[in-house]
Design a protein around this ligand. Structure first.
Ligand code: SF4
Length: 321
């Protein structure tokens, strides 16, 4: 092109992410709120249409009995009580006073909108809560729910976390995700039109997926107006159908080096404005069958950081948007 701007130039190493080579959530939160903000996992007492029979009965093949909310509070307590308990637990370790109210367990928009309004308002009005974060499925976002989220977003930032996991239909069928890719695309468009931040959950090393396929998922998301991403290595948890399949016919589980190489590639391909909320999983130790090495989360993160530096990789280095 005459102006020298071509689509074949990668993104230069920016200096704006602090000491990290990627756009970390920690950095984004400190930039926005001027301090570290801590997540409190909440349980709104909802279930999931992929478990109660509306869409399916078994749930996603990797999902634990706690609906991927193994660290969330107990639904037998009110949201205020769960927040108080979460704050007390965090404050026992360090002096903190800024929080993300994170509705984590199961599908957190799978309830009448009046109930959602009650529990989300309870959380967002807590003066120490800076952000309302809600994990859900893209097929559980009615017009009324998005409108509620839009109103709440006027009070404090609202983040919606969508469990996509993969763009590939064959894998999506195997993991029993229960909705096609177009439903995700439509939800992102509607949430963004309502001014809401969208975070997408992606699982790496799903059975049968090659690294090229994983990078296709990243490339696809680069073309979507998402704000954040959670990258997580597949965990095989006790009691899941995935664990049953693995016992019958073990599939490939990467070791730490292979995972780090792959995550380095994903980071290099990822659009630089997308905030990385997670680079490794932290599944419940008592349920984790494989990969056992992920239990040492701090070690894994340190190795990722060392690898990025050694290979001179940064977020967007291979992004040609
Ligand atoms: S949508 Fe979430 S809660 Fe529901 S089965 Fe899948 S992982 Fe579990």
């Amino acid at each position: 092109m005459a102006d020298g701007f071509t689509t074949t130039r990668s993104v230069p190493m920016p200096v704006r992410w602090g000491e990290k080579r990627y756009h970390s959530l920690d950095y984004a939160l400190k930039s926005q709120f001027g301090e570290k903000v801590y997540r409190i996992a909440l349980n709104g007492g909802m279930t999931c249409p992929n478990r109660d029979g509306k869409i399916g009965r078994g749930g996603c093949i990797f999902c634990s009995g706690m609906g991927s909310g193994d660290f969330a509070g107990s639904a037998s307590f009110s949201i205020c009580e769960q927040l108080a308990a979460g704050k007390a637990a965090l404050q026992a370790k360090r002096p903190v006073h800024s929080y993300i109210a994170y509705f984590q367990a199961f599908t957190n928009t799978y309830a009448p909108v009046e109930y959602l309004e009650k529990i989300f308002t309870e959380a967002i009005l807590d003066p120490d809560v800076q952000v309302l974060a809600v994990a859900t499925r893209p097929d559980c976002l009615s017009h009324e729910t998005v409108e509620l989220l839009r109103r709440l977003n006027q009070i404090k930032p609202v983040w919606i976390e969508l469990g996509l996991q993969t763009i590939h239909p064959q894998t999506a069928r195997y993991i029993r995700r229960g909705y096609p890719l177009e439903v995700f695309d439509d939800a992102v468009v509607r949430l963004k039109a309502a001014g809401i931040q969208v975070i997408t959950h992606v699982i790496l090393f799903l059975p049968g997926e090659t690294e090229a396929q994983m990078l296709k998922t990243i490339d696809y998301l680069n073309c979507n107006p998402i704000d954040g991403i959670k990258l997580q290595l597949l965990h095989i948890l006790k009691g899941t159908d995935l664990a049953r399949d693995y016992a019958r016919s073990p599939f490939h589980i990467p070791d730490m080096d292979e995972y780090i190489r792959c995550i380095g590639n994903c980071i290099a391909h990822l659009r630089p404005d997308i905030v990385i909320h997670r680079l490794t999983g932290d599944g419940p130790k008592d349920l984790l069958i494989e990969p056992q090495w992920t239990g040492a989360k701090r070690t894994v993160l340190n190795h990722i950081h060392q690898y990025l530096k050694k290979q001179d990789i940064w977020q967007g280095k291979e992004y040609y948007g």
